[in-house]
Design a protein around this ligand. Sequence first.
Ligand code: SF4
Length: 425
Amino acid sequence: MLFRLAWRLFTEISPRLAIKAGWLWVYKGMGAVRAYRRRLLRGEVFPPFLFLALTNACNLRCHGCWIESRGEKHSLDSEDVDRVIAAGKRQGSYFYTLLGGEPMIYEGLWELIARHPDCYFQIITNGMFHDEGNVERIRKLGNVTPLVSIDGMAASNDDRRGPDVFEAAVAGMRRLKQRKILFGVATTMTSRNMEEVLSDEYVRFIIEQGAMYLWFYVFRPVGADPSPHYCVGREQMIELRRRLLELRRRHPIMLIDTYWNARGEAVCPAALGMGYHIGPRGSIEACPPLSFACETIHAEAEKGSGTFCRNGPDGASHKRCLTPFPPNDNDNLFDTINQSEFLRGFSKFVNERTRGCVILEHPQELVEFLKASGVKDYSGRDALAELAAGTPRGSHDMKGEEIPEDYWVYRFLKNQLFFGMSGYG
Ligand code: SF4
């Protein structure tokens, strides 16, 4: 597989773009992981990587999406995004995932990316905006990899995403391929499309479109339209894991998951503090589907947040003082995240219950934890009520039936290298 993948990289990706990805994504990604681990040893919390939800605006209404795109529109201020990235760089973090809503709707997207040539950006997109102009911008910038959301072949994909979405996204991928751009496909596995998306035919189809990596997600029943019938059961989860390992040996494409470490044990990236989500209103959230926060990038002490401030009598921080930090002082993003009782509390809450996903396994307890933490709901809906109405179910924690990585390439990637969201070793 490795030689065939290397040949694809050599023949299908522009050398300039491959070198940029190797340096900015892989090499600097390894540095970010090492810096993250050193922080952990010092008892500090700051992720090697951040999700930036640039806007909640979107042109689609997919089933099971947690973003409220019908109501009020919210977008991150580009100066704030610059400050967040600047704060991240000071911690050695140079990789940022841009999402939404639909990030390619965000005004000033290309200027933002151009202002940070020393960073690498992954754009999670529904693939409807890869016209000639945008594809050429991506090629010119060079520090961008689109991740196109496709959930099966036309029928399965459009069943969740809407009519004609598949066709438009595939047309866009062909333009990316023509310009030798490094891109990937993100596929959400559901109880309905699992047979299809974990087949040799599907993986071959994705390779033919020119994608170099295929990132698999497992469906979460969240949002205003949670669609729990799409959830994957325990037997399906074990089968899914087994087939993923088989496909990895057979196909010249990186098949990514962020659910299991090299030993096949479940991981929750949010509980490990590996990647926090900055919402379109600046909220600092534990993970994308959970639109709750106590702090924002505006460093204002949210009521009840327990954020420490620096205005204590002796200059040292003290608790619940409610004295807001100077506005827009994102230099303080490290402090805000590192001292967040909520984010540290979330890790402890998860680790005391599961290695898997608390949204699936403990929705009601999660609601109690969130209420006790004094969070603010940034969903634009009553997301606490949505969670409380959830049925507890199994997640990717397959206790007692773990299936370790059986291919050295993925063992290495999961232990050492930036893989999805860094080393889970
Ligand atoms: S809480 Fe669930 S969805 Fe969020 S990062 Fe953890 S495993 Fe993933």
